[in-house]
Design a protein around this ligand. Structure first.
Ligand code: ATP
Ligand code: MG
Length: 407
């Protein structure tokens, strides 16, 4: 879990502001949900035998003995909120969110135990057009950050639940006959969650899968049409993609479209954004059957990528415009008021007041990198006057009124 310090937070703010501008341009509304939910919510939606639920959730009992969890992702909470507030039945909704997620993982570059996701969820729309919109929205965001060319869109369709089950039996049959060639994890998954074997990072397992039945061949007609229609919208919009028939995602709730945006710029943690369709979840969590599609992206990985590609713009605008200090003791109260007046007269200006010892005050002021420095003193006639530095240029003994007009 990381602290984000002021020198880093400007890059966070930059990225978040870009995302907010993009989601606003697609007409999405922000939803904020609590970071704590009943653990049961995630067990039911993400799936009992997924990595997240089996080993990554932070679970605890509250004083009342209720089983709670720090949320490991956003989708389940948003579905819960949607059902609870009657936002899903017979309506269409487009939400966006951002916030911390928690997973007890092995920390490494691009993988943390508290990390930030930003994402969107769209409800009540069953067609491929909304899948395309979610992907196009991602592409707009990448374009606005200047990283579209460094990302690859991988796409797959998981088909209907029954098509997926048929495929799963075929896969299990194929792999059971070759069980001793599978890595240990995949052998376990053969019983608990066979589709996840497609996701295995083991070379030998991937080689074995080369001869396995192909998910694409098992797609039901409706899912195949949906997939074709999605591809044709993306083609028309000029979004390139790679079909990856082994893309299954680590959460159980997806059907039809799944996708990931990946990069080779970050080493092992190359997935910066992932999403797909999850038409079954609303009903599974107690609502009426509702079509749904969404995506989530990891903010830390995106920031690493921006850094690696050196596309974070200069943060000059974060610098102080004015550092204001007193030259002599006893003026601090008046100095505070001058600063207040300047702030209300010149909204948007960043003004910091010196509130510690006056020794070497000019040097201290300059070290802050402020664009201008003003030192205030009392003149012989009793009026307050200032000396204003702009780099090496100095204007001496100007009145406070003149100070305001020279900023
Ligand atoms: P991965 O395969 O990298 O573990 P995932 O399938 O668990 O990812 P999702 O649950 O789909 O990921 O989350 C969406 C995005 O959130 C990921 O693509 C990634 O960018 C980010 N993410 C997931 N887990 C972490 C983590 N522990 N630390 C930082 N970012 C993360
Ligand atoms: Mg994971």
């Amino acid at each position: 879990m990381n602290d984000i310090l002021p020198e880093q937070s400007s890059a966070w703010q930059y990225l978040e502001a870009k995302f907010q501008a993009v989601v606003a341009s697609y007409g999405y509304g922000e939803i904020r949900t609590p970071i704590v939910e009943s653990s049961e919510l995630f067990n039911r939606s993400i799936g009992e035998v997924t990595d997240i639920v089996e080993k990554e959730m932070y679970c605890f009992e509250d004083r009342n003995g209720e089983r709670l969890a720090l949320r490991p992702e956003g989708t389940a909470s948003i579905v819960r909120a949607g059902i609870e507030h009657g936002l899903l039945f017979n309506q269409t909704q487009r939400f966006w969110y951002r916030g911390p997620m928690f997973r007890y993982e092995k920390p490494q570059k691009g993988r943390y135990r508290q990390f930030q996701q930003i994402g969107v969820e769209a409800f009540g729309m069953a067609g491929a057009d909304i899948d395309a919109e979610v992907i196009l929205l991602c592409a707009s965001f990448w374009r606005s950050l200047g990283i579209l060319d460094s990302l690859t869109l991988e796409l797959n369709s998981l088909g209907s639940n029954s098509a997926r089950e048929q495929y799963q039996s075929a896969l299990v049959q194929y792999l059971s006959e070759r069980k001793e060639q599978l890595d240990e994890d995949s052998q376990k998954r053969l019983l608990s969650n066979p589709l996840r074997i497609l996701d295995s990072k083991e070379q030998s397992t991937q080689a074995l899968l080369d001869g396995a039945p192909n998910l694409t061949d098992y797609l039901d007609e409706e899912a195949a049409e949906h997939f074709a229609s999605l591809r044709s919208i993306l083609d028309a919009a000029g979004i390139s993609y790679k079909i990856n028939p082994r893309l299954v995602r680590g959460l159980d709730y997806y059907n039809k479209t799944v996708f990931e945006w990946t990069t080779d710029k970050l080493g092992a943690q190359g997935t910066v954004c992932a999403g797909g369709r999850y038409d079954g979840m609303v009903k599974q969590l107690g609502g009426k059957a509702t079509a749904a599609v969404g995506m989530a992206m990891g903010t830390e990985r995106l920031l690493l990528m921006l850094e690696t590609l050196n596309v974070v713009p200069d943060q000059v605008s974060q610098n102080l415009d004015l550092y204001l200090a007193a030259e002599d003791k006893g003026l601090q109260g008046e100095l505070m008021l001058i600063a207040e007046q300047l702030r209300s007269a010149l909204p948007g200006l960043r003004i910091r007041v010196h509130c510690s010892g006056l020794k070497n005050v000019l040097n201290k002021a300059r070290q802050t990198g402020a664009e201008k420095v003003a030192l205030v003193k009392r003149a012989a006639d009793g009026e307050l006057v200032a000396t204003l530095w702009h780099g090496e240029e100095v204007i001496r003994d100007i009145s406070i009124a003149q100070l305001s007009s020279s900023l």
